[in-house]
Design a binder for this molecule. Sequence first.
Ligand SMILES: [Fe+2]
Length: 188
Amino acid sequence: MANLKELFIEELQDLLHAETQLVGALPKMAEAAHDQRLKEAFTKHLDQTQHQVERLKKVFELVGEKAQPKPCKAMVGLVEEGQETIEEGREKDPISADLALITAAQKIEHYEISGYGTVRLLARQLGQVEAATLLSHTLGEEESADFLLTSVAKPLLQQASLDEMGAEVNLETTPASAEPRRKKASSR
Ligand SMILES: [Fe+2]
């Protein structure tokens, strides 16, 4: 059981580092979002993430370990990509920028869903019932955040498709002198 406990603690340390980084990244994502629902989704998840950090500390306490983060390189990379997405979004139209932000955020959520799935399983295996319940709670929040992002993306995707269809119609009626615009519209 010593090895399992060690793995459990290491994974908790990874998640603690990951969550702490997200507390810093989510306000930037909320600020960059154009769509009001997306802004709210990020703001809501920031509040949840702050609670998740506290919940993780509680889990460390329950298993008698110090709440020490271990650098989570995966989340460092995902947050860096999120930052790039924000910067690139400044050159894009609002819908495309928001859809790219959602993509970056869902990659982050999926990483967390995988991490919490693992630690919950390990907690159960180690007989840490209370810790498993706390981790289940967070896992549920991460899954809800992921669903919420999908539901925010759907109308944006529909709008993006309508815009593209509109651009196509424009192409058929646009004189040849508007050629550069045609290229831009079709490359989206
Ligand atoms: Fe989280």
